[in-house]
Design a protein around this ligand. Structure first.
Ligand code: MF3
Ligand code: CO
Length: 249
């Protein structure tokens, strides 16, 4: 069952998503070579709490941190560590969630540290644009498969691998609600979108083959072939004629 949010629930989601957007913007300029991923986490948690919000990921199914920091071939769910240094030339995916008034906001960006390879830059650009393409087809009356297909056709058309093991999701009073939102699918298929539905759309793409391995820590997902990965995510609310991107700063 895909929930329809009331205007007041949407207002709370707007607040939570705005906190995520603002903190991601702060993180984007904060993250530098020489820092550890634990430094990034500490900063993210302080920034979230300073805005009167709570970290959404901390304690979720035992996840031990505020932000997921996934570097290079790490796709998602990288656990911050005081031993992991960020280096010049890395691409760093930052995935962040916040809770306000009992409602969740969730978003992610990938950041280039200094000068990165042309391949890395292109992967980031294609991943960000695949999210924009998906957002642009969201409206009441569209099908979820239209959204999935928008990511897949853009990404694969540019030679990128679409990660299939992880998906986007409905979001609201819980971080993960119905529906699950794969980044591949058939246009015209799947549930009908209605105004008031709230979705976290999150393409994860690889430069190479998009097979996934989860590391021994039980969280960090890496590309099986070691190729670079990027991840972007927004929380959106479906409207009659399109959508409102709640996590746009
Ligand atoms: N954006 C991710 C998701 O939707 C964040 C979850 S990380 C976790 O699944 F640690 F909280 F699980
Ligand atoms: Co998400």
């Amino acid at each position: 069952m895909i929930e329809i949010k009331t205007p007041s629930e949407l207002e709370s989601m707007r607040k939570a998503s705005r906190v995520v957007a603002q903190v991601l913007l702060k993180l984007e300029s904060y993250v530098k070579a020489g820092m550890t991923t634990a430094d990034v986490d500490k900063f993210a948690e302080a920034q979230i709490r300073a805005r009167g919000a709570k970290p959404a990921f901390l304690g979720y199914r035992g996840y031990p941190a505020t932000v997921c920091v996934s570097i290079n071939e790490e796709i998602v769910h990288g656990i911050p560590s005081p031993k992991r240094l960020i280096k010049e030339g890395d691409i760093v995916s930052l995935d962040l969630g916040a809770v306000v008034e009992g409602f969740y906001g969730d978003a992610a960006i990938t950041v280039a540290i200094g000068k990165v390879s042309a391949d890395a830059r292109r992967l980031m650009d294609v991943t960000r644009e695949s999210l924009e393409r998906a957002i642009s087809v969201v409206k009441a009356g569209a099908r979820l498969g239209d959204v999935s297909w928008a990511v897949q056709q853009y990404a694969e058309g540019r030679g990128m691998g679409v990660v299939k093991e992880f998906t986007g999701h409905g979001i609201g009073r819980h971080m993960h609600e119905d529906p699950s939102i794969p980044n591949y699918g058939r246009p015209g298929s799947g549930p009908l979108l209605k105004a008031g539905m709230t979705l976290a759309i999150e393409p994860m793409l690889c430069l190479g083959d998009a097979g996934v391995i989860v590391k021994d820590d039980g969280w960090t997902a890496v590309s099986a072939d070691g190729s670079l990965a990027a991840h972007y995510e927004h929380t959106v609310a479906v409207t009659e004629d399109g959508c409102e991107v709640l996590s746009r700063a």
